[in-house]
Design a protein around this ligand. Structure first.
Ligand code: NAP
Length: 326
């Protein structure tokens, strides 16, 4: 079968489409025929060897997938069941989604929740899960539509697009901050009320700026995270999940100690029960309304191009490999 495999080349590995036999797949008591696998920023880093993500070689890349059980050695699953798999080292330590078949331990597998199609679950994937977790955490920390505006930074990205859609549907006034001003119509179509250009960070910054936002969702990290922390309202909450512009950020403690700003770390690798609860919400009260607009189906053969465009920040929304496309 065909797979996108990362080989031990260069500093952190390099990926390409290659033939492999089913017997070479990592072990697992459930075999899944993969229908869709989404393209995430982390996958692009893995495929292009830009970070130490691949923990074994060769590795089938792809950090999430949706498909149909082909064979099962576990009573919880039977052939024909529709399932979602992600996390637990998928696409890093264990063969992931960019292959026609995968084998996974049953404990990692979510039955497709009622209310989502297989395509929708892959359009969401790790990105949707991250957006849901960020919003879940922010609301647990006091965010509500009446508190004020919510900034979404890196707005046209996969996680951010889904976050805008969910937040707008929940009644928030969403301000989308993006490096792609030409995508204003797209962002408005998802529910953003205001669109602003990517922040220009001055060399010298005041420790606090005018308070503008009750909440912020940040895909970008780097200097921009420090920039937006200075602009949070009293008791504002920031969900930081990304590092698209860098891992370091510069800031000061005044937003925390004078305004009570809360900086929430978002990591999608959670206990299975937490992930199941969030999938339940993504299928119901947190279900985005514009997934067909956000996610574009691509052919497996187009993965290399998809990675390069993602790393160059030229992609809007999500890309999903549809294994039925030839
Ligand atoms: N914590 C977790 O568990 C978790 C889970 C999923 C993803 N992530 C991380 O979250 C981030 C976003 O993931 P994604 O899959 O949504 O990626 P993505 O689709 O590539 O989105 C990233 C967006 O960030 C903006 N951006 C890119 N490069 C930038 C730069 N140099 N400076 C400023 N903005 C830049 C772009 O949006 P605009 O052009 O609109 O500004 C881009 O579309 C990545 O860092 C990823 O590794 C973390």
């Amino acid at each position: 079968m065909k797979a996108y495999r990362v080989f031990d080349v260069g500093k952190f590995g390099a990926g390409r489409i290659a033939e492999m036999s089913r017997d070479e797949l990592d072990a697992g008591n459930v075999a899944v025929k993969i229908a869709y696998a989404s393209v995430n920023y982390k996958d692009a880093l893995t495929a292009r060897g830009k970070a130490k993500i691949a923990m074994k070689f060769p590795l089938v890349a792809g950090i999430d997938l949706a498909g149909v059980v082909e064979a099962s050695g576990d009573a919880r699953f039977k052939p024909g069941d529709e399932v979602i798999v992600h996390s637990f080292g998928l696409g890093a330590e264990h063969d992931g989604g960019y292959a026609e078949l995968g084998r996974f331990p049953a404990d990692w597998i979510h039955p497709l929740p009622e209310g989502l199609s297989l395509f929708e679950s892959s359009a969401l994937g790790v990105a949707g899960h991250t957006a849901a977790l960020a919003i879940d955490l922010m609301e647990m920390n006091g965010l509500a539509p009446a508190k004020g505006k919510v900034l979404v930074n890196g707005a046209t990205g996969g996680v951010a697009s889904i976050a805008i859609d969910i937040l707008a549907h929940r009644g928030y006034h969403v301000v989308a901050m993006s490096g792609k001003p030409q995508q204003a119509q797209y962002l408005k179509g998802l529910g953003a009320k205001e669109i602003i250009g990517r922040a220009q960070i001055p060399e010298r910054q005041r420790p606090l700026e005018d308070a503008q936002w009750a909440g912020a969702v940040d895909a970008v990290g780097g200097a921009q995270l420090g920039w937006l922390l200075r602009r949070m309202q009293r008791d504002g909450v920031v969900a930081a999940f990304g590092n698209a512009s860098g891992a370091d950020f510069q800031g000061n403690v005044l937003p925390f100690i004078l305004r009570g700003v809360r900086l929430l770390g978002v990591n999608v690798n959670n206990p299975f029960e937490t992930m199941s609860r969030l999938w339940g919400r993504l299928a119901t009260d947190l279900k985005p309304r514009h997934l067909e607009r956000i996610a574009r189906r691509i052919r497996f053969e187009d993965l290399d191009q998809a990675f390069d465009e993602l790393l160059a920040a030229r992609v809007t929304g999500r890309q999903v490999v549809d294994f039925s496309l030839r």
